[in-house]
Design a protein. Structure first.
Ligand SMILES: CC(C)(COP(=O)(O)OP(=O)(O)OC[C@H]1O[C@@H](n2cnc3c(N)ncnc32)[C@H](O)[C@@H]1OP(=O)(O)O)[C@@H](O)C(=O)NCCC(=O)NCCS
Length: 179
């Protein structure tokens, strides 16, 4: 038996865009689509079995993060896929489950984002935050806490950092790909 870190589920293999970097200790299973320049760091688990996972261009999923989804059911006909937009930074050891993230978002280390959550574009989520099911986080704000609360509007420097962080990780993964 050959063991790969990209594994099929029911015949569907992950789809990997151009110039992605996937650490060999990460495990990606089933219907998971990575767009161009995505990076997946050590010990990430992304399991697209009972629903789909998509990750937009230039997003990075840092070490130890878990990505999963919820199956379709009678009272939840679409289930909860996991949709991550472009230029999103997901810090170390986060849990993203069946939620939808827009573009230019930073998910702080250890944050938990639960089913049915929508995070609009340009949001900063503090380290260790818990975002309860079905909540919407509004564009342009910092959120912190358990359960998460809107803390304040983002400073201009923080708004700019959202894209900068993604750019930094594209550069870093290019270094890894070229070594
Ligand atoms: C929230 C954050 C952005 C700091 O925001 P800030 O407005 O500069 O916060 P400050 O450091 O001035 O602290 C303000 C208050 O928030 C608290 N605080 C700071 N970070 C917090 C967090 N993640 N969760 C809850 N409270 C937090 C501070 O203790 C302080 O409380 P106090 O007023 O009672 O003393 C930062 O702490 C953070 O969590 N960054 C995420 C970093 C990260 O995980 N990056 C990804 C890894 S690559």
């Amino acid at each position: 038996m050959t063991v790969s870190n990209l594994r099929p589920y029911q015949g569907i293999l992950p789809s990997i865009g151009d110039s992605c970097y996937i650490d060999e200790s990460a495990v990606i299973v089933g219907d998971v689509s990575l767009a161009k320049d995505v990076s997946i760091w050590p010990l990430v688990a992304a399991r697209g079995d009972v629903n789909i996972i998509t990750i937009g261009a230039r997003s990075n999923i840092q070490d130890g993060t878990v990505l999963h989804v919820t199956r379709k059911s009678n009272n939840n006909p679409l289930g909860n896929p996991l949709i991550i937009g472009e230029d999103v930074t997901v810090g170390h050891k986060c849990m993203l489950h069946g939620c939808t993230l827009g573009n230019r978002i930073l998910v702080g280390m250890g944050a938990i984002i639960m089913d049915g959550v929508t995070v609009e574009d340009d949001v900063f989520i503090g380290a260790g935050s818990l975002v309860p099911p079905n909540k919407t986080l509004e564009s342009g704000f910092l959120y912190v806490g358990n359960p998460v609360k809107q803390a304040r509007k983002l400073k201009q420097s923080e708004s700019e950092f959202l894209k900068q962080s993604a750019d930094n990780y594209v550069e870093l993964k290019n270094d890894y790909l070229n070594q």
